[in-house]
Design a protein around this ligand. Structure first.
Ligand SMILES: Cc1ncc(COP(=O)(O)O)c(C=O)c1O
Length: 396
């Protein structure tokens, strides 16, 4: 019999949709995959070369559990230069991706009965990671009318004696919106007042558009820094999803606890990928800007295209590589015998009838929306938009 804990969780909906789309593709169907959460760019060559060099030099053994000093130092320099925050080595841990850092944080901080605030729509793994530590996810809803920003009064109304932490994701997956300084200052004031931790997931920090600036909440003062654990990764910024390198920066007792968890579970992240990550952080950063410029072009094209489809409404997001259009005006409509009553119905309709894979908003906590990743070529975006337009036109 399986443990009670594991029965509370489900597989990642985004990965499940991706698997379904890939299986259809393997059968020879021409699927446009709008479901994936990874850059379609290749890892830059100089980073690959660093990994090849590491293998040739025999850097293929266990390393320190929480990452090599050389990488911790590169992360410290990055956090200082990009985010204006000072950390020491004992305040840094390198993990197997940001997801692993987030999991370690959940195991280190949350316990039975603890409440963890999660703004919704949310990234799919947050609630399940909270459940895996026997704590309770408490959702704080955000709306399109507020550009999916947390309303501070609502946030404060959800805080109880059991509240342990708030998970803040900016730029956000799935909405693509980012918090500005003023909004972050208001959230920081609440966190400090109630003494709750802030888990700041900043994996999309390099992907911000329209002149917006990414700000790390930990940079807003000593008090909030002491309560914040910043999580980041090389996955999205340097097209390194498969290398599995992420990291967390925060108070040293928490980082130490996370390192202990890592030492009894995964041991160190891959040694070769750690060397590649050093080069990614300290080498030329041109590829980051090139990717951002390309994503920006696609974002504009996709938002315009979606807003030209009757029944779909899409706010232009300011970060990440997702759009989160409202499709609820289509609910109740039919194509033949098939009625669309939910985001899942619509996502399955598009997958089966239009050969476009995307993720239903319900998986992120809001059934009125779908999530589209534009980490795919312009050509695919154009093709998929045409297919969606036709499929929606068939609904009556
Ligand atoms: C908001 C968010 N956090 C964390 C992750 C996980 O990143 P990694 O691949 O580094 O584990 C993702 C990946 O999709 C994400 O979207």
């Amino acid at each position: 019999m399986l443990s009670e804990r594991v029965c509370k969780i489900k597989p990642s909906a985004t990965l499940a949709m991706d698997t379904k789309a890939k299986a259809m593709k393997a059968k020879g169907l021409d699927i446009v995959n709008f479901g994936v959460g990874e850059p379609d760019f290749d890892t830059p060559d100089h980073i690959k070369e660093a990994a090849i060099k590491a293998i040739r030099e025999g850097f293929t053994k266990y390393t320190a559990v929480g990452g090599i000093d050389e990488l911790k130092d590169a992360i410290i320099a990055k956090l200082k230069n990009d985010n204006g925050i000072d950390y020491a080595r004992e305040e840094i841990i390198v993990s197997c991706g940001a997801k692993h850092s987030l999991y370690n944080i959940a195991q280190a901080l949350y316990g039975p009965g603890d409440e963890v605030l999660i703004p919704s729509p949310y990234w799919v793994s947050y609630p399940d990671q909270v459940l895996l530590s026997d704590a309770v996810p408490v959702f704080v809803h955000t709306t399109e009318a507020d550009s999916f920003m947390l309303k501070t009064e609502l946030l404060e109304s959800k805080i109880t004696k059991k509240t342990k932490a708030l998970i803040l994701n900016s730029p956000s997956n799935p909405t693509g919106f980012i918090y500005d300084r003023k909004a972050l200052e208001a959230i920081a004031a609440i966190a400090v007042k109630h003494n709750i931790y802030v888990i700041a997931d900043e994996v999309y920090e390099k992907l911000v558009y329209d002149g917006h600036e990414h700000i790390s909440i930990a940079s807003l003062g000593k008090e909030i820094k002491a309560l914040t654990i910043v999580v980041n990764a090389l996955s999205k910024s340097h097209a390194m999803t498969g290398w599995r390198i992420g990291y967390a920066a925060g108070p040293k007792d928490i980082i130490k606890a996370m390192t202990n968890i890592q030492s009894q579970s995964t041991s160190n992240p891959n040694s070769i990928a750690q060397k590649a990550a050093v080069t990614a952080l300290t080498g030329p950063q041109d590829s980051v800007g090139i990717m951002r410029a390309e994503f920006d072009k696609r974002r504009k094209f996709l938002v315009d295209g979606l807003n030209n489809i009757k029944g779909i409404r899409c706010l232009p997001p300011t970060g990440a590589f997702y759009v989160f259009p409202n499709v609820s005006a289509l609910y109740g409509k039919k194509a033949g015998q098939r009625q669309i009553n939910s985001s899942l119905d619509f996502a399955l309709y598009l997958l089966e009838e239009a050969k476009v894979a995307l993720v239903h908003g319900e998986a992120f906590g809001d059934d009125n929306y779908i999530r589209i990743s534009y980490a795919t070529s312009m050509e695919n975006i154009e093709k998929a938009l045409g297919r969606i337009r036709e499929a929606v036109a068939r609904l009556g």
